[in-house]
Design a protein around this ligand. Structure first.
Ligand code: SF4
Length: 339
C-alpha cells in the first residue's frame, strides 16, 4: 500500500470502452450514461477523466477499504456460506441515489490506498480469503481494475464477487462475466420513475444486467426498502415476478433502510420487511430479511422438502445440512446453494 500521490492522472491506465471524437472530446461507453467529455472533464462516476483526448481510468488500483468480511455481509447467503472474503472498493459511483447508505465513499472524496492487481490477489490468498469482493461503492466504475485483478484472483484459484448496482452497458458486462463467480445486484425499485427521480438513472439497464448475469454466474438480489418510496405491494410483486421468471432459486435479500445522505424518510418498520418477505415467498425459494433478528428471515430452507439446510445468527452460520455439492442433507434435492 502506498500513499495517494497529488497527481493521479499521470499514473493512470487508459480506460476501456470509449470513443475518440473531434476537438479532443471523448465518449465513455462503459455505462448507460455514455458520458460525453471535453478535455479535462471527469465522468459522472468520477472514475474516468478525459486527458487531452484520451479517457483515463483515474480510479485504477485505488481502494477506499481493505477488510475481511463474512460472505454473508455482501450479502451473499447462498454462495460458500460461512466463509470470509477480502473486500475492496473504489471511491465514487455512477448513480446518485439520494438515500445512499454508503454515501461517504460513493458521493464524496474519500481517502484511498493503492494496490496492484497482483497485490490484491496475493493479499486475499495470504489471509485465507475465498477470493476478492469488489464492493462498498460501485465496482463497475472500476472496470479496468476489476477485470485485471479478477484474472490474478482466478490464477490463484480464488473467487471474484461483485456487489453492484448493475448499471453497465451489455458489451463490457459480457466481457467481464466469465471472470465473475458471484454477484449481488441491487434492484432498488421496479418503478422507472423511482430510478429517474431518486437515483438519476434508468431501470431497464439494471434489469438487463440481472438477466445476463444470471445466465453466466451465481446471482443474488438486494432490495432496500424505503418507506413511502418503494414499499408498495405492487412494487414487491413486480420485483418477485421478475426474479422468479428468471429463476425461482435466485435469492432475494430485503434490506432495512436507515435515513442517510439526502433522504429523511423514517427507517423501515419490521412490518414492511415481513410483508415483503411474505409476498416474495409465494414465488421464490430463498428470501432473506437483512438487519432483522428473525429466524424466518435468515434461515435457508430446501426448496423441495422445506427442511432447514443453513441456520444463521447475524452473519454467522451456526448449522448446515448440505452436501459439498449443495444438495439438501434431508432429501437430496438441489438447493441452489454454491458450496
Ligand atoms: S463509467 Fe463513468 S464516465 Fe463512463 S459513462 Fe458511466 S458515469 Fe460516465
Amino acid at each position: 500500500m502506498v500513499k495517494i500521490p497529488e497527481n493521479r492522472v499521470d499514473d493512470c491506465r487508459i480506460a476501456d470502452y470509449w470513443d475518440s471524437l473531434d476537438d479532443l472530446k471523448v465518449k465513455c461507453r462503459l455505462c448507460p450514461f455514455n458520458c460525453l467529455l471535453s478535455d479535462g472533464k471527469m465522468g459522472i462516476c468520477r472514475g474516468k477523466q478525459n486527458s487531452a483526448g484520451t479517457l483515463l481510468a483515474i480510479n485504477y488500483g485505488w481502494t477506499t477499504s481493505l477488510s475481511m468480511d463474512p460472505i454473508e455481509k455482501k450479502p451473499l447467503y447462498n454462495f460458500h456460506p460461512g466463509t470470509s472474503i477480502l473486500s475492496i472498493g473504489p471511491n465514487g459511483c455512477n448513480l446518485k441515489c439520494n438515500f445512499c447508505q454508503n454515501y461517504h465513499v460513493s458521493q464524496s472524496e474519500y481517502p484511498v490506498s493503492y494496490l496492484t492487481p497482483m497485490q490484491a490477489a496475493d493479499t486475499a490468498l495470504n489471509h485465507g480469503s475465498i477470493g476478492l469482493a469488489y464492493t462498498y461503492s460501485e465496482p463497475l466504475i472500476w472496470y479496468e481494475y476489476v477485470r485485471e485483478t479478477s484474472v490474478e484472483v482466478h490464477r490463484l484459484g480464488l473467487k471474484n464477487v461483485l456487489v453492484s448496482n448493475g448499471y453497465i452497458n451489455p458489451e463490457p458486462l459480457d466481457e467481464l462475466l466469465p471472470l465473475v463467480d458471484a454477484m449481488n445486484i441491487d434492484i432498488k425499485s421496479m418503478d422507472p420513475q423511482f430510478y429517474k427521480k431518486v437515483c438519476k438513472a434508468t431501470l431497464a439497464p439494471v434489469l438487463e444486467t440481472v438477466k445476463r448475469a444470471a445466465k453466466r454466474t451465481h446471482v443474488e438480489i438486494t432490495n432496500l426498502i424505503i418507506p413511502g418510496l418503494n414499499d408498495s405491494e405492487e412494487n414487491f410483486t413486480a420485483l418477485v415476478d421478475f426474479i422468479a421468471d428468471i429463476d425461482p432459486l435466485i435469492p432475494l435479500h430485503f434490506s432495512r433502510y436507515h435515513p442517510a445522505f439526502h433522504q429523511n424518510a423514517s427507517g423501515t418498520p419490521i412490518g414492511a420487511m415481513r410483508k415483503a418477505g411474505k409476498i416474495a415467498r409465494k414465488r421464490l425459494a430463498h428470501v432473506y430479511l437483512g438487519n432483522v433478528s428473525s429466524f424466518e428471515g435468515s434461515v435457508t430452507l430446501c426448496p423441495d422438502c422445506n427442511g432447514i439446510v443453513i441456520e444463521r445468527s447475524g452473519y454467522t452460520v451456526t448449522a448446515t445440512n448440505l452436501s459439498e455439492s449443495g444438495v439438501c442433507g434431508n432429501c437430496g434435492a438441489k438447493t441452489g446453494v454454491v458450496c
